[in-house]
Design a binder for this molecule. Structure first.
Ligand code: SF4
Length: 281
């Protein structure tokens, strides 16, 4: 992977994602290489080398301090188009410095992550009780993680991280997303998720923006041809799509035997592109 440092002109970007009013992405590119990655479709991103190069926005903390003199975010979302805790964060600590600045100004933030390295910053994140982590846990085996999220942390690392977040008493939502029909196994995933998790959301994969053909090919060649056919059928027409969601919801409710566990759903409409206006409850 090519690593380069860049100077950015702007750090805080207004967003329509319902989780915050501004986003920050301390890096450009992502080493995890998820086959379904929606971020690649972002208009500001060079799709051709998104997984092969990582631009470290080295001056982001300084620019953020300047911007906060005149921008007043109510909440900031970190990691909408990158992973904020890649291996390179251990050297550059750009995300860490950003979190310190937001803490010092008492601006709450929500972090989207699937890296176990977020655990290095739990003490920092816990300083503001308004902070929240959405941590991705969407497959039940390391084989599936390697197939769909080439270089991301494996099950054991993710489960340990979830336990550490719970122990640090930080608001946590486990994000089962994208949930890939007939590949992601809800029952097995829910069984793996540690006790103590109080919120889970399930975001169904949406083919309009992810790499649907590549996903079908990966499933056909590495899971089973029959599974790839069932997966294709879900997205063949709106009726199948709705039916799948209805059955999945019923199954999820029947599997949820923890009285304090809340389930949330993020399902884009069948014919709409995945977009930033989807409501995260
Ligand atoms: S971790 Fe997120 S940004 Fe990185 S490749 Fe995966 S989906 Fe894309």
């Amino acid at each position: 992977m090519e690593i380069k440092t860049v100077n950015t002109q702007k750090v805080l970007s207004p967003t329509q994602i319902s989780l915050a009013d501004y986003v920050i992405n301390p890096y450009k590119g992502c080493e995890f290489g998820c086959l379904y990655c929606y971020a690649q479709e972002n208009k500001n991103i060079d799709k051709n080398n998104f997984f092969d190069s990582l631009a470290v926005k080295i001056n982001a903390p300084q620019i953020l301090e300047k911007e906060l003199r005149y921008k007043k975010p109510k909440r900031v979302l970190l990691g909408s188009t990158t992973e904020c805790f890649p291996a390179q964060e251990l050297n550059f600590k750009v995300t860490g410095k950003i979190l310190e600045i937001l803490n010092s100004k008492q601006i709450p933030y929500t972090i989207l992550a699937k890296s176990h390295l977020i655990a290095n910053y739990l003490e920092l994140i816990s300083k503001n009780p308004g902070n929240k982590i959405f941590f991705t846990f969407n497959f039940q085996s390391d084989e599936l993680i390697r197939l769909f999220e080439k270089k991301s942390p494996v099950l054991k690392q993710r489960l340990q991280t979830i336990r550490k977040i719970i122990a640090a008493r930080i608001n946590l939502r486990v994000h089962i997303g994208p949930f890939i029909p007939y590949v992601s196994d809800l029952e097995k995933i829910l069984k793996l998720i540690p006790k103590g998790v109080k919120e889970i959301d399930i975001e169904l994969y949406h083919p309009k923006q992810g790499n649907f053909n590549q996903i079908i090919k990966a499933v056909r060649e590495n899971v089973a041809e029959e599974t790839s056919k069932k997966l294709e059928a879900v997205y063949r027409c709106e009726k199948n799509y709705r039916e799948f969601i209805k059955n999945l919801k019923a199954k999820a409710e029947s599997l949820n035997d923890y009285p304090n566990l809340k389930l949330y759903w993020i399902n884009p409409a069948f014919n709409q592109f995945y977009n930033s206006q989807i409501k995260y409850t």
